[in-house]
Design a binder for this molecule. Sequence first.
Ligand code: PMV
Length: 299
Amino acid sequence: MIKVSAPGKIHFLGEHTVVYGKPALLAAVDLRVTTTVIPAKAGIHTNNDLRKIIEPIIKKYLKIKTIPPYNVEISSQIPIGAGLGSSAAVSAAYIGTLLCFLKIKWDLNLINKLTYEAEKVFHGNPSGGDNTTVVYGGLISYIKGGPIEPLPFSISPKLSKNFVLINTGKPVETTRQMVEMVAVHKDKFKKIFDEQEKLVSELLPAIETGNEKGFIRIIQEGEKNLERIGVVSPYVKAIIRKIEKAGGAAKICGAGGKTKATGILLAYHHNKKVLEKIAKFYILPYFSTSLGVEGLKLH
Ligand code: PMV
């Protein structure tokens, strides 16, 4: 029996602009998906949709025609389609278990590369930020096609205790659709993309040193830029304005949505109760979880 788990991810900032070569800052979150592969007798070969995506990628890479029979069990704490990287996490964990099952040496670079191939099937033209974060874990400063940079520091404890993730629900739009929507106007958005790049670079020192005032300002301005490119629905904008009015900051996390739900909101306030009260007012589920946790793990 082989068991591998992977965390989910949040975008601190830089989603969408990362598609155009700008840096993004992501963190692994402590909601995990676990896959277990159990060798099976010939003929017992359970089927699922994920298998149809992952197996061809592995076969192509290893240049093999068949994979010995096995059963796979998948359990996940990550809400699907909420901007928490569920597709990257489940693909990475599944690929990790299958490679072990095939007696391939544990190699995060390889698992990351193959997970990126799976992400392409899910999302079309992904930046690769999600798979990199769930595989390596911690805090990741990500540039498309650039070297992988797990950051050598963690989130200041002054900030890390004050986050609440509020689930606004699964957007009707897919990540692929949201990315395509932004692409239509990308030339018009150049100035906004540049501003977002500057904010991402300012965010790093704020997170490391625990500069709360700076952090709140950066998240608020970063969220405004996401709104300008049209990836935040009016419903979610109203929730975010309420959080800002109460002295906090919040932003969508990932592709967003323009109709109503936008997935998870990353919300911050020095008094988390304020955020919980706002989530309750909108009758939305919320939770707190550790950020910057371990990446892919062989159990
Ligand atoms: O919706 P998610 O959690 O898969 O995040 C997508 C992030 C984007 O920057 C919009 C796309 C990408 O591939 O990086």
